[in-house]
Design a protein around this ligand. Sequence first.
Ligand code: 5GP
Length: 190
Amino acid sequence: MKELEERIIKDGKIINGDVLKVDSFLNHQMDPKLFKAMAKEWKRLYEGEGINKILTIEASGIGIACIAGLEFDCPVVFAKKSKTSNTPEHSYSSTVKSFTRGTVNDIFVSNKYLDPEDKVLILDDFMATGEAAKGLADIVHQSGAKLVGIGIAIEKAFQPGGDELRSMGIRVESLARIKEMSQEDGIIFC
Ligand code: 5GP
């Protein structure tokens, strides 16, 4: 998606070679107009698939997923990363290693918000190793719902997650796919 690629070139900062910082429009300050254009693109790509639920993971996925929920006219559920006193008793859970923090989290979703009739689109901001997306796909699988596909804002295609998920037969639609990035040569898209 040209608009997103241009924004990445304009405002993205490469950290340590394999982490892209996009805090000014995606991960900290958020640009709702850009999110709306991204949502429209996912809607176009998944037209006719009957998606009636969007699933994401806290925290960075929530903003884009919520705007996409308006476009798809459906509820948005986010997987939680920490248990609190109001954690639902009955939940689907999976284990995810965080790419940016290096920590391992149990993620969970109440069984009230996913059921076998659901046709689910998973959305997230980044795809790197695919851990987060695989954890969310596992939760959809446990619920008996249908996983229609995954929508990613920025896929770092030089990391294995996207291709691994595609080779599992899962449809992955990434709006910007980075082939290579370095401080010297900048960002090159696929
Ligand atoms: P994965 O589970 O695919 O390895 O990583 C996906 C998650 O890690 C995303 O939810 C995102 O929050 C974070 N992440 C992975 N790579 C990057 C990156 O280059 N920049 C930022 N800001 N977050 C990333």
